[in-house]
Design a protein around this ligand. Structure first.
Ligand SMILES: Cc1cc2nc3c(=O)[nH]c(=O)nc-3n(C[C@H](O)[C@H](O)[C@H](O)COP(=O)(O)OP(=O)(O)OC[C@H]3O[C@@H](n4cnc5c(N)ncnc54)[C@H](O)[C@@H]3O)c2cc1C
Length: 320
């Protein structure tokens, strides 16, 4: 069994899921390769190698500075052709999803997206994923020949901290570096928002906060926990906050260590986007709100009293 994980970088820094992929594959056994593409991939490859990335294939070129569907698919396809992995595993992040749909399409089409577990049993690789809004766990078995592709949801596995590795600098055919589109620059959204898909802590606001003028209350709570601000669709549709903050069926699927829902009723379309969070805390003045059915901790009360009290407490306790 030979597995290739794809480590993605943003602004020249490896995203944390890159190390989670390595940890997930450690338990499978077999040979591990990791690929990293960047303007200067060598130092990133060294980090991956020192944290158990196995044979780390580093491809450096200025055309690879930013994620670009065209280049990334061609370069990684060339690495696949050269190294013939049985399984290629990548992050189920915004760019990971775009990349893997194309990669699988170009390389045989066998793929499962959004897995939340991977094991080896009786010589088979078994991957699990949630479907029907999280109420069904499906098992997907890799069988037959050819390369199989899978994307793993962030924050399921811990980051690999150590292990064996070596860096191999790869060169690819110049045609792989030509693209129909060139990314000239990337700018962080002016809100400076933490990436929801990767956040360890998310505090989300719903219609219970009454109006956009009260969003800073919830933002303060998120800041006190160094977390990201999420939202229900109701307040996105109302124009109180940007769509990029929306959690749920038609927004982002998140999996933080802590999810705090403020004034959110818990409609199924919201729950499917956050129900796998490790710990869920809900603040709602209605004791029968459905969000309490999945919350680990529930606070029945007025968000306008509870949120500032929590923020003060966290600021004192966590920030000294
Ligand atoms: C096809 C489809 C896709 C959808 N996709 C999504 C999605 O991706 N994400 C999503 O979130 N929704 C989605 N929805 C909408 C979803 O069905 C709900 O309408 C929405 O989640 C409700 O948002 P809410 O909980 O903020 O508002 P509400 O349902 O209005 O709930 C507000 C809550 O605030 C509480 N509250 C009121 N005042 C206070 C107070 N002072 N203190 C504390 N609590 C208070 C109330 O008790 C209530 O429970 C989708 C719907 C459809 C049909």
């Amino acid at each position: 069994m030979k597995t290739l994980t794809i480590a993605l970088q943003k602004d020249g820094q490896l995203i944390s899921t890159s190390f989670e992929l390595i940890e997930a594959v450690k338990a499978l056994g077999g040979e591990l390769l990791t690929a990293v593409l960047a303007e200067d991939a060598k130092s990133l490859a060294e980090q991956l190698a020192s944290r158990g990335g196995g044979k780390v294939l580093a491809v450096s070129d200025s055309a690879l500075k930013y994620y670009n569907d065209d280049n990334y698919v061609k370069v990684i396809s060339a690495l696949i052709a050269k190294h013939s992995p049985d399984l290629v595993l990548g992050p189920a992040t915004f760019y990971g999803k775009a990349l893997f749909a194309r990669l699988a399409g170009k390389n045989g089409g066998k793929m499962v997206s959004d897995i939340n577990g991977i094991t080896a049993a009786d010589g088979q690789v078994v991957m699990t994923r949630l479907s029907y809004g999280g109420s069904v766990v499906s098992e997907v078995v890799k069988n037959g020949d050819g390369t199989f592709f899978a994307t793993l949801r962030p924050k399921i596995y811990p980051e690999s901290k150590d292990g064996a590795g070596e860096v191999v600098e790869e060169t690819v055919d110049a045609s792989a570096l030509e693209a129909k589109m060139t990314v000239m620059e990337m700018k962080v959204e002016s809100s400076g928002a933490v990436n929801l898909s990767e956040a360890d802590v998310i505090v989300s606001a719903g219609r219970g906060i009454k109006g956009p003028e009260h969003l800073p209350l919830v933002q303060d709570l998120a800041d006190s926990l160094k977390g990201a601000l999420g939202a229900s669709r109701a307040i996105v549709d109302a124009g109180w906050i940007a769509y990029s903050n929306q959690v749920g069926q038609t927004g982002k699927t998140v999996n933080p260590k802590l999810y705090l829902a403020v004034g959110i009723s818990g409609a199924i379309q919201h729950l499917v986007g956050m129900r796998t969070s490790h710990t869920i805390v809900a603040i709602n003045k209605d004791k029968d709100a459905p969000i309490f059915n999945i919350a680990n901790y529930g606070i029945v009360g007025d968000a306008f009293e509870i949120v500032p009290a929590l923020t003060n407490k966290f600021k004192k306790e966590l920030q000294g």
